[in-house]
Design a protein around this ligand. Sequence first.
Ligand code: ADP
Length: 478
Amino acid sequence: MQTNMHIIHITSELAKVAKVGGLADVVYGLSQELSRLGHTVEVILPKYDCLDYAAITELKTEQESLCNSTIWSAKLGNFSLVLIESQHYFHRGKIYGCQDDTKRFLHFCAATTAYLRTRHDPKAILHLHDWPTGAIPAFCKQQSLTNKIVFTIHNLEHQGWCNPHELTSWQLDPTVFQLKEGEFANLLKGAVVLADEITTVSPTYEKEIQTPEKGCGLDHLFQEHKEKLQGILNGIDEDFWNPAIDPHLITPFSTLNLTLEQITNLQEKKRENLRYLRTHLGLAHHPKPVVAAVTRLVSQKAPQLLYHALKRTLEKGGQFILLGSLPTQDLQEEFFQIQESFQHHPDVSILMDQDEALAHLIFAATDFLIIPSLFEPCGLTQMISLRYASIPIARLTGGLIDTVFDIDTSDKPVEERNGFTFTDANPQGVNWALDRALEHSINKKETLQKLILQGTQKNFSWKHAAPAYLALYSKKKP
Ligand code: ADP
């Protein structure tokens, strides 16, 4: 029996209160699971003005004027929250996307470290997530905090670039954050150098970041720090993503311990959700297969291939639903035009939004989820879709390689295969996987039922991933 540990997650996102993408789900799901296992878990995040307070309880002020911030405490589910408030930096109506983002999160790192210092628990494990927390190891060193530090890379594309002066203004040594003297510094590099352990969110991504193709300029750095690098596959929270109790579904359904005979009944329940969704979105009601995408519309997610998939689905007799958030400006005009051109189409619905409730319903109602990503550190939507009996059509990259196994070509045993995959990030690649998926849906219904069953049998919950983190937390500090 493992002894009780004190684990402090430090993050810029948290599901239910401040979500942009998968990082939020991961910190929430892992925290819930670690608490369930009896550990003391705290999550520290900025107190954004756009925070969703619906699920938060016991909110109260803890300290004022600490590092120009107010410190709040609260509860979320079965763990504690610490919220760092700075009106200047976090009252911007959004989480990211400000010109001074690096400065904002440097402030967050400084205030968090000042708070940790007042708490003084040298045994607490500090688990940091992505570049917004990247300066914390350097601040800990500066403040002589000796806690064990685990740094998780959810997405290497963003590194928190800044002028070295930003760091010297906090009395931090910029050389730790720079690849070469005279260059811009980045917060993520500082964490890689100074953290005790580094994890990536899937085993394949751990290998990929050590290559020039996917290392985003840091491949040599990762090779140098290889001994403290480990890939741990993400999970999904079993309650948050549970179609049997999901409040956003019209007809809930269980996907646990099913037999092949029960799949027809499951499909009927999915169709009840689809009937509602079609009416809600103004789509035609006819027996066409439905392909969906639930994604941030950013270059990583291959928006052009998503658009191609939409057109191909129509050609092959299907319907397409796209729920895409637009966190950056660059694709807005193009996608609003695409949306306009399909506005009254009976078989296409395009929603430019971040909508948690609708996302849950889409996973539950549709037949396929397409994920053509150019790179994917882990990806959660394929795990969610499998749990909601929607089959993933995914490009083989990063964590998608570790989780989606092609019905025809995977080297996994036949009974472990769960989707349709493709390798080439081009329209031909998409066609190869999408055409087979739609063909199965129309002409090979029984084979597809087996695939649905196999997809629901794989458990991607935190029950599997949390022990790997616990083992890492328990490892003696080098
Ligand atoms: P990433 O973190 O790169 O965006 P992931 O697949 O790891 O991608 O996680 C995405 C998470 O964000 C999932 O929970 C997914 O349901 C959710 N999500 C993505 N886009 C949207 C959207 N437009 N509306 C609601 N939820 C979304």
